[in-house]
Ligand binder design. Structure first.
Ligand code: NA7
Length: 532
């Protein structure tokens, strides 16, 4: 029997493997993919890139890696990010401890031996004392439930499953994109200049704002490498572990001219400042949110030539920042090409996919390529796709039928020795993923070390601790804009049974509070856990 199995070789799985190896644990990492990288292995669609500054996305734990690796752009694209993760894996010599091409089918806890039995689709088996789930919160892609999808005779891909074995032809082709989330926006702006005809099927628009990406010159590179302590120090202070934190002033204490000055500055600056470096009231008070939403709506109107199209691109059902804000590069200008057309699928819904293309309530379209940028069964989908069973064969999917329940977003009562990394109800999704992943992995490693030192072989979250944590998570959603918005932030997905309602998937209290709580629990001798 091994000490540990990690499922997932993405940002979390890679770092967890490194930490467990450091602790001397016999560990193997399993992944469906053909190599490491997780999200960055799969998402190869045109235009896939960071919306966080590259240097805020890399691991912070190794000075050597920070010194050796040079990001070429402020917001790196997928190929470079994948190269970075592969470099880290090789640098830390982790590849010999990873198995690829293995889809995990089931993970069952065995109480008699206190271990997890893991079985893969191809029949491979692993047995280990600890199970670490590094499954990713956006790794269970979902296709739209539209009649006739399988009848289509042209090429069709979900963005997450973009082909790895060949270049997809874009030039001279008639292309449809369904979906206008962060992914759809990146695809649309990237392929618009290349294709012959592009029709975007938009059910609900998102509030998007400019990314302002640029290459990193030598001088800036030297400055970045010399200031990593300050960069990570700053990230540790902000609510979302980004470089951008709220403006300290109150919306009400400044004049309209001062508000506009901040908003114009943020709109012209790179990255998430346009969302996060704002007055806190913008996300808490209707009047402030409406004022900022109007500011952004006017920007959209100023960038799209056709007024009717511009109005369609302005969200009406949620204010700015209540869903994930996609950052863009000439996204709105894409609609100024004669060969790009926006179809408002809320007015003229897609009725069916035909053999040749897409039929709406009003029109029939023919396409050579259909791109489904239709998102994910976020947070819990990757768990639901594995038959995970705890004590007495209790199924996790059953326990989570109405939404995730956990203690700290790291453990689940009835599932001993299972550690979730960046799992549902942790702070990860509500923040810059890698720094929060590092917090979760460091905490898990400290827990394992504690167990080793005390001779503890079994840990399990208590029902009471789990109940209290989940109640707090639910309470934090109450009355928020997040709770109302129909996005993956609130666990919403119209393409999954039972997920077209609010599900309490995220810790909303911010990364610093989450970190403090984890530390408090550890310092108190792992309060809320039953230790044997
Ligand atoms: P998102 O943000 O969940 O976006 C999915 C999009 O697909 C969204 O515009 C949906 O419209 C649309 N969608 C989904 N199903 C349908 C159907 N059946 N018909 C029409 N349109 C549909 O996923 P992304 O991949 O863009 O982004 C996920 C995260 O990955 C992103 O936030 C980054 O953090 C990385 P809807 O809004 O539901 O009306």
């Amino acid at each position: 029997m091994r000490d540990a199995v990690i499922i997932g070789a993405g940002v979390a799985g890679i770092y967890m493997l490194y930490r467990l190896r450091e602790l001397g644990l016999d560990t193997t990492t399993l992944d469906t993919a053909g190599g490491p990288g997780g999200t960055w292995y799969w998402n190869r669609y045109p235009g896939a890139r960071f919306d966080s500054e590259s240097y805020s996305y890399g691991y912070s734990f190794s000075k050597e890696i920070l010194e050796e690796w040079s990001w070429s752009e402020h917001f790196s694209g997928q190929p470079e990010t994948l190269r970075y993760l592969e470099y880290v894996v090789d640098k830390l010599d982790l590849r010999p401890h990873m198995q690829f091409g293995c889809q995990v089918k089931s993970a069952h806890f065995d109480s008699s031996e206190t271990c997890w039995n893991v079985e893969m689709e191809d029949g491979r088996r692993e047995k280990a004392r600890f199970l670490f789930t590094a499954l990713g919160i956006l790794s269970a892609a979902t296709l739209p439930r539209i009649e006739g999808r399988d009848d289509y005779e042209g090429e069709a891909f979900h963005t997450y499953l973009w082909p790895r074995d060949h270049e997809v032809e874009l030039e001279g082709r008639r292309v449809a994109v369904i979906g206008t989330g962060a992914t759809g926006v990146q695809v649309i702006q990237t392929i618009a200049p290349q294709v012959d005809e592009l029709v975007v099927f938009q059910r609900r628009p998102n509030w998007c704002a400019p990314l302002h990406n640029a290459p990193i010159d030598d001088e800036t590179q030297t400055r970045i490498k010399g200031s990593y302590d300050q960069i990570f120090g700053r990230m540790a202070e902000t609510h979302g572990s980004f470089l951008h934190g709220a403006d300290p002033r109150s919306y009400h204490d400044v004049s309209e001219a001062e508000r506009l000055e901040l908003w114009e500055k943020n709109y012209a600056s790179p990255g998430f400042g346009v969302w996060l470096a704002n007055f806190a009231e913008v996300f808490l008070e209707p009047e402030a949110n409406q004022a900022y939403s109007k500011f952004i709506a006017d920007k959209i109107r100023g960038r799209v030539d056709d007024p009717e199209t511009a109005e369609k691109l302005i969200p009406r059902d949620h204010g700015f920042g209540m869903q994930r804000v996609p950052l863009e590069t000439k996204y709105y200008e894409a609609y100024n090409y004669d060969h790009v057309r926006l179809v408002d699928a809320s007015q003229t819904p897609i009725v069916r996919i035909t053999r040749e293309g897409i039929q709406t309530s009003e029109e029939e379209f023919e396409f050579d390529l259909i791109i489904y940028a239709t998102g994910f069964d976020a947070f819990t989908g990757s768990y639901d796709r594995i038959d995970i069973r705890g004590v007495d064969g209790k199924r996790l999917a059953e326990k989570w039928a109405d939404g995730p329940i956990s203690y700290l977003g790291t453990h689940i009562a009835g599932f001993p020795n299972m550690f979730m990394l960046a799992g549902p109800q942790s702070a990860s999704a509500a923040s810059n993923f890698p720094p929060s992943i590092e917090v979760g992995v460091d905490w898990a490693a400290r827990f394992v070390e504690f167990m080793q030192s005390k001779g503890i072989t079994r840990v399990e979250a208590s029902d009471a601790a789990e109940g209290a944590w989940t109640k707090d998570i639910m309470a934090a959603y109450e009355g928020t804009y997040f709770a109302k918005a129909k996005s993956w932030f609130s666990g919403y997905n119209s393409n999954v049974d039972g997920h077209d309602k609010l599900r309490h998937v995220m810790f909303l209290g911010g990364a610093p509070a989450y970190r403090a709580r984890l530390t408090e629990v550890a310092d108190a001798g792992y309060e809320g856990f039953e230790l044997e």
